[in-house]
Design a binder for this molecule. Structure first.
Ligand code: THU
Length: 161
């Protein structure tokens, strides 16, 4: 038997160690979390997207009484960024979450559906999307979304690329 081994490199930083542009993106994600509409889970998530033109577009989770009709922060931010600036590549995306009166100690990883949507942006603009996951204790930095979604399904899987 042969095997394929997949490894993921995740940089672990403190907020202080990040550079100014990374701090700015995380701060935007934290600010967006405070305006989330999350009356059901009370888990307030914010996301901020940095575009090639240096614009930052943020979003947050939008819940619904019919639970599946809601949307995660990452997709809210990313879909709006792509709708508003369709020509601008997505450079980086930050995530932060606020619950029980404070931001989480640990970084909050994006759900599978959000990873798939971020991957589409990476493929669409042919540029790595760097992911910054904020936690009070540590910040995870992942160089490209494909590192969080190995063996992914994309256009190439259908033989159309
Ligand atoms: N949520 C996000 O917005 N992003 C994530 O990465 C994880 C989960 C939202 C969905 C739902 O509104 C709440 O957090 C609890 O799952």
């Amino acid at each position: 038997m042969k095997s394929l081994n997949i490894s993921t490199k995740i940089g672990v930083y403190t907020y202080k160690e990040l550079d100014q542009s990374e701090k700015k993106l995380i701060d935007a994600a934290k600010a967006a979390a405070l305006h989330a509409y999350a009356p059901y889970s009370r888990f307030h998530v914010g996301s901020a997207v940095l575009l090639a033109n240096e614009a930052i577009v943020s979003g947050n989770n939008q819940e619904n009484a019919a639970y599946p009709s809601g949307l995660c922060a990452e997709r809210t931010a990313l879909f709006y960024a792509n709708a508003r600036y369709p020509e601008e590549a997505v450079v980086a995306l930050a995530v932060a979450a606020y619950t029980d009166g404070d931001f989480t100690e640990e970084p909050v990883p994006p759900c599978g559906a959000c990873r798939q949507v971020i991957l589409e942006a990476q493929n669409r603009y042919k540029q790595p999307v760097c992911i910054l996951l904020y936690g009070k204790k540590s910040v995870y930095r992942i160089e490209k979304i494909s590192d969080l979604l190995p063996l992914s399904f994309d256009a190439a899987s259908m033989g159309s690329e």
